[in-house]
Design a protein around this ligand. Sequence first.
Ligand code: C5P
Length: 221
Amino acid sequence: SSIPVLTIDGPSGSGKGTISRLVSQQLGWHYLDSGALYRAVGVAAGWADLDLADPAALVRCAFDTRVGFRDDPSGELRVLVNDIDATDELRTETAGAAASAIAAIPEVRSALKDRQRAFRQAPGLVADGRDMGTVIFPDAPFKVFLTASAEERAERRYKQLKDKGVSVNLDGLLREILARDARDASRAVAPLRPADDAVRIDTTGLGIDAVVERVLQLVTP
Ligand code: C5P
């Protein structure tokens, strides 16, 4: 395809979501939050009371779950799961853990492949996830891998949750983040790793604007 894609991969809390969304707005490109697809399937599996140890049921769920994205008036991205606004539920660590569990099933990943590729539409796409540059859009002309220290990622998540009035424990968050990283990096299929041709950006100690600028420079030098 000649439609350009900018892939932004990295671990949870690396700032992928915020950066990808801002960059897509600046470029006027479409935006794919692939993590939201995995979270949506995880949450839908929970709603249906499916057994996380029953791969066949989860694969069916991946095919059947409808996921819709829409911008609300304040510019926030809302996610509809089977036509229900599940934006807040999708952000919880429970949804993240469910996503990470179902994301380790190869057939669930292939079930979501075409859906992700369909986001590649003119004038361009910013795709955020774990395997955007390695598996879903290997031919993307622009690839970024964002990292940050686990401590900084836990602190960012802590602030986000605190701002929303959710009371959390920093050490607990750090442990959850490290556990999810380990699972995402060690799984047999599409493990979290930078594409060979990805530009790595360590965002530890960097502000959002600085990261956005560096990423934009890759696309429009
Ligand atoms: O990016 P986010 O934290 O929303 O992703 C939730 C989980 O979904 C990740 O921990 C990962 O296990 C899975 N995921 C994935 N591949 C992607 C995006 C997310 O395996 N492209």
